[in-house]
Design a protein around this ligand. Sequence first.
Ligand SMILES: [Zn+2]
Ligand SMILES: [Zn+2]
Ligand SMILES: [Zn+2]
Length: 266
Amino acid sequence: MEAFELIFLGTGTSQGVPVIGCNCEVCTSSDPHDQRLRTSALLKIAGKTIVFDVGPDFRQQMLREKICQIDAVLFTHEHNDHVIGLDDIRPYNFMKRGGIDVFGTKRVLNEVKNRFPYVFDPNPYPGAPSVNTHSINEKDSFSINGLGIAIQPLPVSHGGWPVLGFRIGPVVYITDAKTIDDKVIEAASGCEVLVLNALRKKEHYSHLSLSDAIRISEKVKPKHTFLTHISHTMGLYEDVSKELPDGVYLAYDGLRVKNTGKTVLQ
Ligand SMILES: [Zn+2]
Ligand SMILES: [Zn+2]
Ligand SMILES: [Zn+2]
């Protein structure tokens, strides 16, 4: 198996945890596991660094994890909590002296263009963020420059809204799914690590609940499942963690999952 390191940059739903103005036990918890920036993750594999989504907390996440290199950004979908940090890729432009490769479906890339017109101006102002866009589709696998591993898009439905998950060798990353069809379950099966969204215990129209996510995990049968995109209404990290089946974990910000022969959590 290809060695990898997966870093959870953020594991919170769109408002983050704590939620502004909320005094619930999770939002006021002193346990750092209950403080969640917006959902994003970074995968180091085969010498490359791939980031899933660039949300509003991107700058803070990159500083915290001391990330000096990004080879590609993969967009899952265009919701603000997944794209709005794009302006903060500028330091990587300076370090690389070039544009960052970003991948998304045509629809997502068009929406990113609408949100950041100055990035795509034919005559951008000096210092504007620079990206090289790569249009992908839900059917065809693709790769990033020099990776040597095929990336398989995994189309899922976010309450009717199309979202892409990705399989990169032993790692499957799926966020903002409500329904996942059997084809995708099959494409994900046998992975070492499955990342899956789980918003809260109660049913939600566009996100998997905790029990939905556990059910999907039982079908995919990965070695380890990490739940992300978590709301304050899920409950305390410590309490919910005790209720989970073996091999299923609530992810938390800063969690590192490494595999150099055996998967370990750090
Ligand atoms: Zn989201
Ligand atoms: Zn709260
Ligand atoms: Zn979303």
